[in-house]
Ligand binder design. Structure first.
Ligand code: NAI
Length: 342
């Protein structure tokens, strides 16, 4: 590490994709000048040695940050984990504290990116543009099977109205939807715009569309289970762009098979760590639950791309580097993760 005033840091960046390298390098050149060491490998016990010689590491959502890895990182001299994500449910925060590693994140980069992707899933599932695109390319101009419904006037239940959920609520209000919400901390702006806050049970039974925008915590783990599905309107559209384990996937498959769930849009999946962000197109998918999901015509899955816009990646890179620089200069990152999630 350099002395005061210079503050050049070696940063080991895990799960680095070409777009990470491009955006982080650009932001580093403009604002920091740290030594960035990019590694395509995911962070895990088998790869943590790549952090040797780095004071900070930078990790993404499917990197493993449990106790064994954090102890290994601390032994290698790492003092800061800079997450380039808003979610931090994959980090054992107590273990990080106990080995003296600070964890910081990017609390807000573009809530619009995820909110707009959520809307893309809703509109695509509803109007079946993905199926229409394939049909028209095949010269099939038949409309049977493509019927949707007007979003105007429908009731949408938003679970979690933080940064992303509140932007989504605003967009949906623009479509003329009735927006209801559930959140232990109602958002004043949503309240002012006429969003009604309900307990979870009445929200589930009143909604034509239910969308999950809450973090994954002990309380939200499998929030959508068999009981929750049983409360929903027949034919409900369910969307999850938050974290996979907020949904009990097996319960949702049962809901799809019974027809209770009319359509399902996912950008996240409970076991996505084994699948997402990699090209597995020439391999057999060993996950039978995921494979079952792919067989439903009314299920649309994207591979955790809600965040994936130019604006969001620019903001993620800038905030990540600002976190690292602040930690080195002031002894504290700009955005340490809160002590515990609700
Ligand atoms: P935020 O922290 O601004 O908002 C989360 C909201 O959920 C808060 O208002 C909180 O009070 C509420 N909440 C907490 N427990 C709840 C519960 N039991 N029921 C209902 N609401 C509850 O977070 P933000 O930025 O809006 O992100 C939300 C989640 O979206 C993140 O935690 C992350 O998991 C996910 N996300 C997904 C991305 C993607 O690419 N698909 C990208 C970024 C975030």
């Amino acid at each position: 590490m350099s002395g005061q005033g210079e503050q050049i840091v070696h940063v080991a960046i895990f799960s680095a994709k070409p777009y990470d390298i491009s955006f982080l390098t650009r932001a580093n050149t403009a604002q920091a000048g740290h030594h960035l060491h990019f590694h395509a490998a995911r962070l895990a016990t088998g790869t943590m040695a790549l952090a040797q010689g780095a004071e900070a590491i930078c990790a993404f959502v499917n990197d493993r940050l449990g106790r064994p890895v954090l102890e290994g990182l601390a032994a290698a001299g790492v003092r800061l984990v800079a997450l380039r994500s808003a979610g931090y449910n994959h980090v054992d925060l107590a273990a990080a504290r106990s080995v003296g590693i600070e964890v910081c994140f990017v609390p807000s980069y573009s809530p619009h990116a995820v909110a707009e992707h959520t809307l893309a899933l809703i509109l695509t599932l509803n109007r079946k543009t993905h199926r229409a695109w394939a049909r028209v390319r095949e010269g099939n101009f038949e409309l049977d099977g493509l019927m949707g419904f007007d979003l105007y006037g429908k009731t949408v239940g938003v679970i979690g109205t933080g940064r992303i959920g509140s932007v989504l609520a605003q967009i949906l209000l623009g479509f003329g939807c009735r927006v209801i919400a559930h959140d232990p901390k109602p958002d004043p702006d949503c309240l002012a715009r006429g969003v009604a806050y309900l307990d979870i049970a009445p929200l589930l039974s009143a909604s034509d569309i239910i969308t999950l925008q809450c973090p994954l915590t002990e309380r939200t783990h499998h929030l959508v289970d068999d009981r929750a599905v049983a409360r929903m309107k027949t034919g409900v559209m369910l969307i999850n762009t938050s974290r996979g384990a907020v949904i009990d996937t097996s319960a949702v498959i049962r809901g799809l098979k019974s027809g209770r769930i009319g359509s399902l849009g996912l950008d996240v999946y409970e076991e996505e760590g084994e699948l997402f962000f990699e090209d597995l197109s020439d391999r057999i998918i060993p996950d039978d639950v995921f494979a079952r999901l792919l067989t439903f015509p009314n299920v649309l899955i994207t591979g955790h791309q809600g965040f994936f816009t130019t604006e969001a990646l620019t903001a993620i890179a800038e905030t990540t580097l600002a976190n690292i620089t602040a930690f080195e200069c002031d002894g504290a990152a700009l955005h340490p993760v809160p002590d515990r999630q609700m």
